[in-house]
Design a protein around this ligand. Structure first.
Ligand SMILES: [Zn+2]
Ligand SMILES: [Zn+2]
Length: 166
């Protein structure tokens, strides 16, 4: 386990955001925020609930969802939909804020990588289309090294034989 990054400066920022919105800074909101801020992972609501329970905080899913919504709106946390049927949440500010994701279709592992070439792509399309880029999203879906080594193969997707139909 890597040492958990200190959540305090980010909890202070979240507290400021809540006060600016006229919302109270409650223990439950701080506990949910702290779990996300202290993690380097892309956490599901189930994982957040489990980590809260491990710390002795029993907080209902509805409160967790509402708090995550506030965290996303404060721009301290980023929400991801990797097509698993649920969302994942990650702390945006603790590390390199611009990174891309590799998502394993077998085990659900999420690996981060940097692709500085994308800045050049954005600059090019800006000229081509007169479009001003603000942010982008790049997700590569496939199989992680461990799953490949375990013998997992990518399922064939699509029609098995599009011509051979009666
Ligand atoms: Zn995998
Ligand atoms: Zn990430």
């Amino acid at each position: 386990m890597t040492e958990a990054p200190s959540a305090r400066p980010f909890l202070n920022l979240f507290g400021r955001y809540l006060r600016e919105q006229g919302l109270p800074v409650t223990h439950q909101r701080e506990a949910v925020a702290q779990v996300v801020f202290e993690s380097e992972a892309h956490l599901s609501v189930d994982e957040i609930e489990r980590r809260l329970r491990d710390r002795g905080d029993r907080i209902g899913k509805a409160t967790i969802y509402r708090t995550l919504d506030l965290l996303v709106r404060s721009r301290l946390v980023e929400e991801h939909d990797f097509g698993e049927g649920f969302k994942r949440y990650e702390h945006r500010l603790s590390r390199q804020p611009v990174h891309e994701h590799l998502v394993c279709l077998e085990c659900g592992k999420v690996i981060e990588f940097q692709a500085r070439e994308i800045a050049a792509v954005e600059a090019r399309v800006q000229v081509m289309h007169g479009f001003l880029p603000a942010r982008h999203r790049l997700e590569v879906y496939g199989l992680c090294r461990e799953c490949q080594e375990a013998g997992v193969t990518l399922p064939y997707q699509g029609l098995t034989c599009p011509i051979d139909t009666v």
